[in-house]
Ligand binder design. Structure first.
Ligand code: F6R
Length: 245
């Protein structure tokens, strides 16, 4: 793995935006794997600015998102589909038909998971996957558990993830209890993976994931095995790692 040290959130966001924009410039019809949450927002707004200036062109780019809440429609204001449109897709020159997310309203999980894995396969896999990291070490919604799950699957969110994500909802009881998420093989097969980790509340997860053993109890630790994994982290998130990486 490669570690890129950033000063703070803004610095980390610009560095991640630079990596994504280089990918799109080098391969305009690339497949980007995208994430939601607070971590990628700064990178998305930087990319929007560069796109407006004509520095980066998303007209041929395709995207697949990591995850979506089960039970929320694409236009629900807390769905990840809404998040992506509101914070990124609606402000860049991407063709909306080239963007993909799991369908949170499909209750037949076998059908939806097979469909989404086929979407990823038919696109030829992901060129660059962007990840955040949960305070409990989850990536996508692959929560700490006893085994890595390979493909897209439906998961029960853990109490800590529900509590962490309740900041986006009126109250905790409104947070969906389940989500569809890409699996570990989907993520590991991305040709390059870039994780952004910032803030002191990620320091323990970053330390456990990258200075400890590879284990499904700490899902992000599997990235130690990825041949082209880049961690962009700020000083606060690296406070426990020190110079161990
Ligand atoms: C979201 C996702 C999650 C987040 C993680 C960190 O699509 O895949 O794994 O990356 O929960 O969330 P933030 O960035 O809000 O701290």
């Amino acid at each position: 793995m490669r570690l890129i040290r950033a000063k703070d959130y803004q610095d980390a966001s610009r560095k991640v935006a630079n990596i994504i924009s280089a990918q799109v410039i080098l391969k305009p019809d690339c497949v980007l794997g995208l994430a939601t949450g607070s971590s990628p927002l700064g990178a998305y707004s930087q990319l929007i600015k560069w796109c407006e200036r004509g520095d980066v062109d998303f007209s041929k780019t395709k995207t697949v998102n990591l995850d979506e809440y089960v039970g929320l429609s694409a236009d629900h204001d807390q769905s990840y589909s809404y998040f992506m449109h509101h914070n990124f897709f609606d402000h860049i020159n991407i063709d909306p038909s080239n963007t993909n997310l799991p369908n949170g309203l499909e209750m037949d999980d076998a059908k939806e998971c097979a469909r989404y894995d086929k979407v990823i396969r038919d696109l030829g896999g992901v060129d660059l996957q962007l990840l955040g990291i949960g305070a409990n070490g989850h990536i996508g919604f692959n929560e700490p558990t006893v085994e890595f799950v390979t493909g897209t699957h439906r998961v029960d969110l853990t109490a800590s993830t529900i509590a962490a994500n309740s900041r986006f909802f009126e109250n905790e009881s409104m947070v969906p209890r389940q989500a569809y998420t890409m699996g570990m093989l989907d993520i590991m097969q991305a040709r390059r993976v870039v994780m952004i980790a910032t803030g002191a509340n990620k320091a323990q997860a970053v330390y456990d994931a990258f200075c400890g053993p590879v284990t499904p109890q700490m899902p992000a630790s599997i990235m130690q095995l990825h041949p082209d994994f880049v961690l962009v982290a700020d000083e606060a998130a690296l406070s426990l790692v020190g110079d161990k990486l």
